[in-house]
Design a binder for this molecule. Structure first.
Ligand SMILES: Cc1ncc(COP(=O)(O)O)c(C=O)c1O
Length: 378
């Protein structure tokens, strides 16, 4: 089965992990800072806080901007549940926004419609690897005094109008799960240019304690204070060693993802039944996923099964979060009516086809042949 996404681990990656395992620090050591520094530099951000996963990074962001009970946060419904769950962890209320039909990114006009006097922030999700319409979102956020958070778990290495993802929103969150662009097994990072947010997130990662073990060792003291209620969201040094090693290959991996996407685009342009997502001008799309939308008359689930049977490991990203039983129940209790018609309709027609940088040209041709045939046949 050709999977829809797959990590690549080199001998050099393994060597880096082994060296760190043999060093004095396997957690809260120098590799954590080094990983933060190289990612911050790569993404043009002043501060970076490495954490145990992308969900933890989003939770850190919600804490830093002070989300608390009574606050509303606008989140696109077409995303992974974690983009919304982070709001609930802080006791906030999730208000779902609809998608734009061609890109399936959050619709700024729908965001503006859903703002109330309780709204405190917008979480923009760079769905499939394409940055959202940040100019419009920033304008709306500034007008209404809202924080703009970027869930960039799909889009490390992408660019919006020449600006690196990581430098645009008030806080940007990355994930290093194995299907993502670079991996640390599990891992995540929150980036910001705001020193106060950075300090809050650093403390939140470590139980709300103001110093970490290594800082105290260096000073030779034992004293520490817990000043806020935080979590243990630490990442280990050997994971960070893997991340540092992986990051070196990220630019070439993105180039390869873009090459594969160009081949897919060129073929699908001639197939009436299939519409790929549209990438806007002035965007460098990092293509975490390659999502196609099937025409109305095609049965997505039938095609999904056909493709799997033919060895193409397709997936569906995502069931809109507001349709999950947990959110249905929660929003019924909160008397919140969710209206996200475009995302709900898109869900019936989307399929993610294989997209990872170590796919060979033969793999790409095989995918194109099988996908094209399946959609014509049914
Ligand atoms: C859009 C989005 N946000 C958040 C996350 C959460 O990241 P993690 O799995 O590292 O916690 C994911 C991961 O799949 C994701 O796709």
């Amino acid at each position: 089965m050709l999977p829809y996404g797959k990590q690549s681990i080199s001998d050099e990656d393994i060597q880096a992990v082994v060296e760190t395992l043999k060093s004095d620090f396997i957690t809260t050591g120098p590799k954590v800072n080094e990983f933060e520094d190289v990612v911050a530099k790569f993404a043009d951000a002043k501060f970076a806080i490495a954490v145990s996963n992308g969900t933890a990074a989003l939770h850190c962001a919600m804490f830093a901007i002070g989300i608390e009970p009574g606050d509303e946060v606008i989140v696109p419904t077409l995303t992974f549940a974690a983009s919304a769950n982070c709001v609930l962890y802080q006791g906030g209320t999730v208000i779902f926004a609809d998608s734009l039909s061609e890109s399936l990114l959050i619709d700024p006009a729908d965001v503006e419609k859903k703002i109330t006097d309780k709204t405190k922030a917008v979480i923009a999700v760079d769905y499939a690897g394409q940055p959202c319409d940040y100019d419009s979102l920033r304008k709306i956020c500034d007008k209404h005094g809202l924080f703009l958070i970027s869930d960039a778990c799909h889009s490390i290495g992408s660019e919006y109008k020449g600006r690196k993802t990581g430098s645009i929103a008030d806080i940007t969150c990355f994930s290093f799960h194995p299907v993502k662009h670079i991996t640390t097994g599990e891992g995540g990072m929150a980036l910001t240019n705001n020193a106060r947010f950075a300090e809050k997130m650093r403390s939140f990662r470590g139980h709300g304690i103001t110093t970490d073990f290594r800082q105290r060792e260096e000073k030779g003291g034992h004293f520490y204070e817990m000043v806020e209620l935080g979590f243990n969201y630490r990442i280990t040094d050997f994971q960070c060693a893997l991340g540092i090693s992986q990051l070196k290959r990220l630019p070439s991996w993105i180039k390869r993802r873009q090459e594969i996407a160009a081949k897919y685009d060129a073929t699908f342009a001639n197939i009436a039944n299939i519409t790929p997502l549209r990438t806007s001008q002035n965007i460098s799309n990092a293509y975490h996923l390659y999502v196609i939308q099937l025409d109305d008359h095609l049965d997505r689930d039938k095609i999904f099964c056909e493709l799997r049977k033919a060895g193409i490991g397709v997936n569906v990203h995502y069931i809109p979060v507001h349709m999950h039983p947990y959110y249905q129940k929660l929003h019924a209790e909160q008397n919140i009516e969710v209206k996200c018609d475009i995302a709900a309709e898109a869900y019936k027609h989307i399929i993610s086809i294989p997209m990872f940088p170590t796919m060979g040209d033969k793999d790409v041709e095989e995918v194109l042949k099988i996908v094209s045939t399946a959609t014509v046949k049914l």
